[in-house]
Design a protein around this ligand. Sequence first.
Ligand code: GAP
Length: 489
Amino acid sequence: MSVTELENLDTIVSLAKARGFIYQSSEIYGGLGAVYDYGPLGTELKRNIRDHWWKVMTQYHDNIVGLDASIFMHPKVWEASGHVEGFNDPMIDDKQSNKRYRADMLVEEHIAKLRKDGKEEEADELQELLDTTGKREGLCKDLHKLIIENEIRAPESGAFDWTDVRQFNLMFKTQFGATSSGDDDDAVYLRPETAQGIFVNFKNVMDTARQKIPFGIAQVGKAFRNEVVARQFVFRMREFEQMEMQYFVEPGTDEENYEKWLSKRLDWHKELGIREHKLRTHPHPEDKLAHYAVSAADIQYEYPIGWQEVEGVHNRTDFDLSQHHEYSGKKLEYYDQKKQKRYTPYVIETSIGLDRAVMMVLCDAYREEEVDGDSRTVLKLNPKIAPTKIGIFPLIKKDKLQDLAHKIEHDLREDYNVLYDESGSIGKRYRRQDEAGTPFCITVDFDGVESEGEDTVTIRYRDDMTQDRVPVSRLREVIGEKMRSWKPE
Ligand code: GAP
């Protein structure tokens, strides 16, 4: 058997659309950039990944509790968090085409081109200049100078006719209430991360859930960023979902907890069924850390677009709680009765994008296989997160077979997401389920219903396409055992 893995992101984009995992938003109107909708299979897959995360993070930890904060928050939250001031990308416009680019990315791309052309020394020099471009005020001027001095042209038009570099805030702004004046005073933002909902509720949760430090608050929800370079499918979206957990610890224990959570989170990806050689951790160098972090690392997956961040783990120190204390005037501290000590807790954050996790799972599971001159596309998803768990087919449309197939469907439906299908040849039905990632297909045939004794059916396994004949009463046991023992190939 020859096996081909995913080489190109377009293959997954097409499969996702054809099989009902992910569609472009408002497609009949020409689509909306970097916004996507999840179809029937995608909704189930996404929900299963979300549920798995929730279970591992909350149910398996008696000191982590859940929260569901609003998308809208008081505008002061975003001043305190640093997002109003600093959540920017430096942008430059090509005057000829009116296309907008991220200025630092233009320089990065130019460096990559220099390296490709063997001009390593020039590339190193420019990289050093880029790495030392001023932060905040100086950044725009520095980047503009680099673009002009290196004669970097607009990628699409080829023109060398640039505007100044300007900071572009990534938060979406809207107005609150009917009497809004349209001034910035009324502005509210669509949250760009779920984390702040956790910080501002720190005291509420601590007081009501009777938690002692260390403890965590977990949350899943939508976040919004007006990404300028928005491409690569659901990897970079303007509306996306985050699964975040903030773990509050005593200062001084923060680094050990940071290491612990980085390792635990990497294990979660492996348990999800992602192959180990496609995962790695990537610590951020000190000079590239976000303003709130003293240590940070990405968990990266090797997508067809290269190694990219799927999750971030950060040691955020007491930055957020101290900022909210300062801006709100409300103390966000913890009193340790045993040690008779009061302090502002440090925070270890784990933050994963659910959409990037869905994309990782699809990319990792995708295979094209040639078997005895026949070919198939298959998603070898972990059965625990597969959208449909079991396909149930009568071999042909005959009452006797249909009745038993419906009975099995009815019996299993309570515990599993099942699909009854009687249309097309049995081979076609298997292929359809292979592409949907359905791990088990049960076929009801005459040999099974007409033999002496208990009815039997065949169960066909997606990954190796082998089949077993099983008495109907043992179906749950066999499926349960196969689900538990599944390993990625
Ligand atoms: N609270 C910390 C925080 O938001 P981040 O690195 O900006 O940190 C965390 O985002 C995760 O959210 C990323 O690792 C990524 O998986 C996901 N994410 C961020 N921006 C995204 C976007 N535009 N589209 C899809 N996922 C995104």
